[in-house]
Design a protein around this ligand. Structure first.
Ligand SMILES: Nc1ncnc2c1ncn2[C@@H]1O[C@H](COP(=O)(O)OP(=O)(O)OP(=O)(O)O)[C@@H](O)[C@H]1O
Ligand SMILES: C[C@H](N)[C@H](N)CCCCCC(=O)O
Ligand SMILES: [Mg+2]
Length: 229
């Protein structure tokens, strides 16, 4: 089984758009794709433009939304707190088992993290980074194009590398041509990250066809790596 995990420099950066675009592009190329979001929180918030995370991912892969995300909570808070409030604290074992069981031979697994890389699933500090290590998946990092992204992106890549994770790409999203600051952020990050390529996901609408079009320029196949059994 091969796959990747999409993380980000923060919550509300573009993980779902990017993960959905990757799924849609892979499906368009003929791959069998399974999306997995270990935990969704914030279902009490108004429905965003388009669909909720697990619904948009499911629309891109053909799964049912509940298959994409087995654990769904209302409060817009960190997963450790949402689960605790629901009286069902998360465990490393159940999170890893669910992710490993999500896809089978010949399928490509696209995992969307939750929030940023160090968001905890448990009070003891089992977090998205440790989850990616357990799954053995390479990372793709969604980052904002604008002010603040240089430091947030470098911090995320450093934190990933400190745990031995393979960062395949940073993707600035939503990208719109013609912003001089975003252009310089792109160049600066490409120079400072050196061996991590910086790509762009154009601003798009959240439909499978539009997302696949938006991802057409991304070397998605290069980002996939084998998952740990
Ligand atoms: N490529 C894009 N095209 C259009 N809008 C985008 C794009 N990328 C990000 N956005 C905007 O950023 C918002 C947040 O994106 P998204 O929901 O993908 O973030 P997230 O990192 O998955 O958030 P969460 O932490 O809640 O899972 C979207 O609602 C949308 O407005
Ligand atoms: C509600 C939000 N959209 C996400 N689902 C959860 C983000 C958790 C962030 C936790 C933190 O970094 O403080
Ligand atoms: Mg999301």
């Amino acid at each position: 089984m091969s796959g990747l995990l999409v993380t980000a420099t923060d919550t509300e950066v573009g993980k779902t758009y990017l993960a959905a675009a990757i799924c849609a592009a892979l499906v368009r190329s003929g791959a069998r794709v399974v999306a997995h979001k270990p935990v969704v929180t914030g279902l009490d918030d108004p429905v965003p433009a388009g669909l909720r995370d697990h619904e948009l991912l499911a629309a891109c892969t053909g799964q049912r939304p509940e298959q994409v995300s087995p654990l769904r909570f209302g409060p817009p808070v960190s997963p450790h707190l949402a689960a605790e409030r629901a009286g069902a604290p998360l465990t490393r074992e159940s999170l890893v088992d669910a992710a490993r069981g999500a896809s089978g031979p010949g399928e490509t697994l696209v995992v969307e993290g939750i929030g940023g890389l160090l968001v905890p699933f448990t009070r003891e500090g089992y977090d998205v980074r440790a989850f990616a290590v357990d799954l053995g998946l390479p990372l793709v990092v969604a980052a904002r194009p604008g002010l603040g992204t240089i430091s947030h992106t470098r911090l995320t890549v450093e934190a990933a590398r400190a745990a031995g994770l393979d960062v395949r790409a940073v993707v600035l999203t939503p990208w719109t041509d013609g912003d001089p600051l975003a252009d310089d952020n792109r160049r600066t990050l490409a120079a400072l990250l050196a061996d991590v390529p910086v790509h762009l996901l154009p601003a798009t609408t959240p439909t499978p066809a539009a997302l696949a079009d938006a991802a057409a320029g991304l070397p998605v196949g290069d980002w996939l790596g084998p998952a740990r059994a």
